[in-house]
Design a protein around this ligand. Structure first.
Ligand SMILES: *Cc1c(COP(=O)(O)O)cnc(C)c1O
Length: 465
């Protein structure tokens, strides 16, 4: 393909994209294809001869599009959102076009320097103290793994990487029983082990860690000869939005000199609203590491996860490696690949720059506040549906409910709703029971889109009884 053809097809795809997004409400939110439908339509062997772009794009439309679930659909209420605002998509197109690999300052100084400035803009936007620096990663899972590795190395006097873990005993990490599975996986792959991830029960209206139980668990572990390494707190857990009471958790961490990481992958975006920050994050500045995903609620196209660090040194001491071929001469510079596990890096800061400049913080705050209001309104409407029960009250824009019947009935309702296609929601678990989750967060959603969910849920419930 020559560059004139590239430009032609690029314009074609831009037009296609605008039509796609303008007409999204007409499509079912979740793909309606059965397992294997898409693969069955593709040749089993690669082509020997090249084809024209028109043929490739025609197949994309005809074969692949029916198998896509529409995350940008305004009635996407499943999981958490993965908002891709148009300005952030345009930034990604530029990034894809220049196609730089930004592992070192010198492999694209603009990428490194914009990243530094964007982390600082977001730090201010989220109301964090100016001691925090940070780095943009692909996912919260990677940021949490970086933090867990840092806990491991710090607790072993930075000898784990060198000597392995054979004689390190049991390194213990503490979190609530409401954390995301990425915390379990980080402990698996960091060599900590699932048995050494201590899950503390939760209590209170926001299901925060029971700090007395936390303190007790740490004391017992020390008495048993184990080595406490860190505490992972959460703001806005995936299941039901569980949020730890940060100050008391930090006080325990401090009394045992433990490294602390806060997972706010979803809820972090809401902290651009000062009143929400005051409610959830009054003590947040005490954390050593904080992760949030601008690719969820804020509107930066996936993938984009920001890890803030109070002091980057422990993480650099854990992850930095500098073979000869990566050395650069000249002035001291920031090489962000030393802060993370992958070496190669995309220019993710550009979409944040485009996003923040296009909407301003005020435009973004308005959306988040609307989502929270509309979730509360829908929650009240569902409470009034005969026999329905609100299991967990809204935490930000997430609540959970049950219809009458057992767990199988909950799943049946979820599946039937998603087969219908007008809205999309997913199940979760709470206190040993299946619940139906509902979150509001898609960027283009309107109050009408949210309230349609009430009509769809009650209509489908009538039908399946
Ligand atoms: C989404 C989410 C994660 C995982 O985020 P990835 O970026 O997909 O790794 C972790 N924790 C919480 C609370 C989340 O909502």
């Amino acid at each position: 393909m020559n560059w004139d053809e590239y430009a032609h097809w690029g314009r074609h795809i831009a037009d296609w994209g605008a039509d796609y997004h303008k007409n999204l409400r007409d499509r079912p939110v979740r793909a309606q294809t059965a397992v294997g439908d898409i693969a069955a339509q593709l040749p089993t062997a690669p082509p020997e001869m090249g084809e024209g772009m028109d043929a490739i794009l025609a197949d994309f439309d005809a074969i692949l599009m029916p198998g896509m679930t529409h995350w940008q659909h305004p009635r996407f209420f499943a999981y958490f959102p993965a908002n891709a605002t148009p300005p952030s998509m345009l930034a990604e197109q530029l990034v894809n076009t220049v196609a730089a690999q930004c592992m070192l300052w010198q492999t694209s100084p603009a990428a490194t320097e914009v990243e530094g400035v964007m982390v600082n803009w977001l730090r201010q936007a989220l109301g964090l103290a100016d001691v925090f620096t940070g780095v943009i990663q692909d996912s919260a899972s990677s940021a949490t793994l970086s933090a867990v590795l840092t806990m491991r190395e710090r607790a072993t006097g930075y000898t784990g990487n060198r000597d392995g873990l054979a004689d390190k005993g049991h390194l213990r990490i503490y979190c609530s029983d409401q954390v995301h599975s990425s915390i379990d996986r980080a402990c698996w792959v960091a060599g900590i082990g699932q048995v050494n991830l201590v899950k503390i029960p939760t209590r209170g209206a926001r299901f925060g860690m029971d700090v007395a139980a936390l303190d007790h668990a740490i004391k017992n572990d020390i008495a048993a000869g184990h080595t406490p390494a860190g505490i992972i707190a959460i703001t806005g857990g995936t299941g039901i939005g569980a949020s730890d009471d940060l100050g008391p958790v930090l006080a325990v961490a401090k009394s045992y000199n433990l490294y602390t990481h806060l997972d706010a992958a979803w809820a972090g975006s809401a902290m651009i609203c000062p009143e929400i920050h005051a409610e959830f994050w009054a003590d947040v500045d005490g954390f050593d590491s904080i992760v949030f995903n601008p690719h969820k609620w804020l509107g930066a196209q996936f993938d984009c996860s920001v890890q803030f660090l109070r002091d980057a040194t422990p993480q650099l001491n854990t992850l930095k490696i500098e073979p000869e071929y990566l050395k650069t001469t000249g002035k001291a510079v920031t090489n962000y690949s030393e802060w993370t596990i992958p070496l190669g890096r995309r220019f993710r800061a550009l979409k944040i720059w485009f996003l923040l400049r296009s909407y301003g913080l005020d435009g973004l705050r308005e959306r988040i506040r609307n989502h929270i209001d509309w979730a509360a309104e829908l929650c009240e409407a569902i409470r009034l549906l005969g026999g329905f029960e609100i299991v967990t009250e809204p935490i930000l824009s997430l609540f959970s409910f049950r219809c009458p019947g057992d767990d199988a009935m909950q799943q049946h309702l979820v599946d039937t709703i998603n087969d219908d296609g007008r809205i999309y929601l997913t199940q979760g678990a709470f206190q040993g029971q299946k619940v139906i989750r509902f979150q509001v967060g898609q960027f283009d959603t309107t109050r009408d889109d949210v309230m349609i969910a009430h009509a769809v849920i009650s209509e489908i419930w009538e039908k399946i009884q």
